[in-house]
Design a protein around this ligand. Structure first.
Ligand code: ATP
Length: 347
């Protein structure tokens, strides 16, 4: 069991607020991803849970017990960092075994534990190599095995894939997901990569400048972003967002006229590239093509609306010239409406 509760947790350095009022219960065996741009407070939140950073406000509880003052070594958590921090002079076997030695675990159990952990990350054939003789992906797997061998109830992972190339990142990502399921641990995973967040998480926490913007399943966050920040952070490409004005049930911006159910006034309207389509003749957006990108399975057509780029996914066979006039169909059912000033969702 490892249910983690963050009760109004905050971190300040002097007057600078790194994390503000973080309030969330993470269920036993949940895979929670903290997502946000650089400096938004993800790592600080994680370090407070690990005990590597003091909590300025609030409480952290594990299975109902406050752990604010518990030493890191007394917390039942294992961390995997972006830099693997392996001991260069020890071979893989000794690196994986190290946490067992430090914790005074019965030596007669070490061999079995090390072999089981290394088998889980497919390192059986590399046990006698030194870290310098391994690839980046293999080193990252040693770091994973070193976390697994402790048999913790909680895994904390801070951008563990960021030093790997794109292909290895995808396969290691799948391995992490599978491991956390198999080991039945509670996992908190930090990333600024929205695809990692969407593919790994049971729930995602989107953060900005120390403040939680939204907590939800990947689908909830994708389909119902709470504000324009979340909308612009999730999805590839991110949601199209346009600033304009509503009057008499019509949203208007340069090149744009979309009927909406909203009161008069300034508004930000969003829709996803894959939800709209090319229109024959008159659509709700009509503008010259700014760029055309071939994605393999589709063609992405972009136009400029005000200062923003607005993209629509078309058939992969679609071809046109830059500058040609194109028309998009944007029915109101696919539109997300946000307050112009605060960016908060209104519909
Ligand atoms: P990244 O993705 O770049 O690692 P992050 O979201 O993990 O970013 P944090 O490392 O949690 O961000 O940092 C949050 C904020 O707190 C940043 O603005 C950072 O500069 C600040 N910060 C971190 N450590 C300290 C410190 N010891 N003293 C003062 N400010 C700090």
């Amino acid at each position: 069991m490892a249910e983690i509760q963050l009760r109004n947790v905050g971190k300040r350095w002097g007057s600078f607020v790194g994390v503000h009022n973080f309030d969330l219960t993470i269920a036993d065996r949940e895979f929670l991803v903290l997502l946000g741009p650089s400096g938004c407070g993800k790592t600080t939140t994680m370090r407070m849970i690990a005990g590597l950073e003091d909590v300025t406000e609030g409480e952290i509880l594990v299975d109902g017990n406050v752990i604010n003052d518990l030493e890191p070594k007394d917390r039942d958590v294992a961390m995997v960092f972006q830099s693997y921090a392996l001991y260069p002079n020890m071979n893989v076997y000794e690196n994986i075994r190290f946490p067992l030695k430090v914790r005074g675990i019965d030596p007669s159990t070490h061999d079995e534990k090390v072999r089981r952990a290394s088998a889980m990350v497919e390192l059986d054939d590399f046990l006698h190599r030194k870290p310098a003789e391994l690839s980046g992906g293999q080193r990252q797997r040693v770091a994973l095995a070193r976390a697994i061998v402790r048999e913790p109830n909680v895994f904390l992972m801070d951008e563990p894939l960021s030093n790997l190339d794109a292909k290895l990142r995808v396969s290691t990502r799948a391995q992490i997901k599978n491991l956390s399921h198999e080991l039945a641990v509670t996992t908190i995973y930090v990333t600024h990569d929205q695809i990692e967040a969407m593919t790994l998480a049971d729930r995602v926490v989107v953060m900005k400048q120390g403040v939680v913007q939204q907590v939800g399943s990947p689908t909830e966050i994708y389909d119902m972003p709470a504000n324009t920040f979340v909308a612009s952070f999730i999805g590839s490409p991110a949601m199209n967002l346009m600033d304009g004005d509503v009057s008499g049930g019509m949203f208007r911006a340069e090149h744009v006229e979309i009927p909406v159910d909203a009161p008069d006034g300034p508004m930000t309207l969003g829709f996803r590239a894959e939800d709209a389509s090319l229109a024959e003749g008159q659509g709700q957006i009509t503008a010259p093509i700014y760029t055309l990108e071939l994605l393999g399975d589709a063609t992405m057509i972009s136009v400029r609306v005000g200062g923003a780029l607005v993209s629509v996914k078309a058939d992969k066979a679609y071809r046109a010239e830059i500058g040609e006039t194109v028309s998009f169909s944007v029915p109101k059912e696919i539109c997300h409406l946000f307050e112009a000033k605060s960016g908060a969702r209104i519909g």
